[in-house]
Ligand binder design. Structure first.
Ligand code: SF4
Length: 225
């Protein structure tokens, strides 16, 4: 069967148009969460760690309980795991609990309690990775730093009609599109916008193409409509 997907990076103007429309949609439809109302990089890092494999609405209560108990990395570094387990229990995925303590200790020991604004430093931290690093840098520091998770791979595949390797998050074409996507005046907004768009419109099953503002130029839509 002929492979109809491309391995080419789409033209810059197409990526720019895609981003602008997603930001415009976001400005009318954004979800409001407490971790989006703060500029504190530590709270944003913790929220991103909680959001791994967990829906935002499920994180909400846990995030509030967490920050009513702790406010700085030193508080968590010193707390016991039993207490952390109790607070984080509603998130499931028990294996994550230790990471919250480890990352707090790491930040205390290596950065004096401050979150570094550098991708290389962030990816070395326990419980993080390229996606979390990109989100912290763009959302907390408004830096034009890319972030790719499975939702972002999916929308790039659908919209641009690109072929990707099996592990799309590490695919060079996907990362290059993400870099061009975030090269704009509003990196914070751009990354939050694509997070919400892939959660609410271009969802994994049954994407809402009928109300999608970018469907006219979407590869997937042109083949399925
Ligand atoms: Fe996703 Fe459908 Fe919109 Fe294309 S038209 S970006 S597949 S929701």
């Amino acid at each position: 069967m002929k492979n109809e997907f491309s391995k080419e990076i789409p033209p810059a103007e197409n990526i720019c148009k895609f981003r602008n429309k997603i930001i415009s949609w976001f400005n009318r439809n954004k979800r409001i969460y407490p971790w989006r109302k703060t500029g504190d990089p530590f709270r944003i890092l913790i929220a991103e760690m909680m959001l791994q494999r967990t829906k935002a609405d499920q994180v909400l209560g846990v995030y509030n309980s967490f920050f009513s108990e702790f406010s700085v990395p030193g508080d968590i570094a010193k707390t016991n795991l039993k207490k952390l387990r109790k607070i984080l229990f509603p998130l499931g995925l028990k294996w994550r609990v230790k990471n919250f303590k480890k990352v707090s200790q790491y930040i205390e020991n290596n950065f004096g309690g401050r979150i570094p604004a550098d991708r290389e430093d962030l990816v070395k931290m326990p419980g993080t990775g390229q996606y979390i690093a990109g989100m912290v840098l763009s959302v907390a520091f408004n830096k034009p730093e890319w972030a790719v998770d499975s939702n972002i791979v999916r929308i790039f595949r659908r919209y641009f009609g690109i072929d990707t390797t099996k592990e799309g998050r590490r695919d060079k074409v996907v990362i290059e599109i993400a870099k061009r996507y975030i090269s704009c005046a509003e990196p914070r907004t751009a990354n939050l916008a694509i997070v919400d768009f892939t959660a609410l419109i271009c969802s994994p099953r049954n994407p809402s193409c009928f109300r999608c503002p970018i469907r006219i130029s979407c590869n997937y839509y042109s083949k399925t409509a």
